[in-house]
Write a protein of this length. Sequence first.
Length: 282
Amino acid sequence: MNSEIAKNIRKSLIADCTECFGLCCTALNIVASSDFPMNKPAGTPCIHLQSDYRCQTHSQLRDKGFKGCTVFDCLGAGQIVSQVTFNGQSWRENPDIGAKMFDVFPIMEQIYEMIAYATEVLSYDIPDDLGSKLEKQVVALQDVTKLDADDLLAIDLIMYRFSLNELLTSASDWIRGNTIANMSGVQNIKAFDRARVNWMGKNLKGKDLRAMDFRGAYLIAADMRNTDLRAVSFIGADLRDVDFRGANLSTSMFLTQMQINSAKGDAKTILPFYIQRPSHWG
């Protein structure tokens, strides 16, 4: 698997709601918060879900308090569960498969997230041995997406995540290390470790934060306007309401569409190749 193939796989992980039976509107548990104006138990259709599985209030979601709906992204897991795992059978027309379909959806969503991370790394210049291991992981994960519902429910997601996380950490260290080595007067990668830091609301405007490790960091509402964030690892970071206006995220690693959808930005924000600019950014 060469880098161009991996890059194309990563770019292709896009949700197609026309091929999905409204699984994100049905399968997931929703708790009333600043992102949702109501509670909704898992397995219960949202009150706005229409008979054709489209959202009745889609164009007004943010105005009506459903900000979380505009943030969510399944990377295409929904249409795979709907059209491949369950062969186009809907939970409305076949109520007996509903519970199983709703249980499979979050599993498939996590598998697709892992494929996204792995193929993103494979699009970079990394050591051959690391690339080979990641290629095997991608093939194994792609095979998992083809399993039937019962087999999907029986897989050990923790095992897949554990083995992949080790490879992602190694890749992150390699890419960030190369960036650091090219930065004048700085060589120690440990000085760039901000994993799980609590920088909620922190003013970082205009800072050079290249190669920082923000794994699992709390960056809610941080001011990162005009900040250089190239080669930064954002895996698992909470980026809600982070202000990325004018920021350079072109080679930031492990950013998800959901993270970016939850943040703020503008036309001057430079995004990675696989991220779509949110429509609500204006």
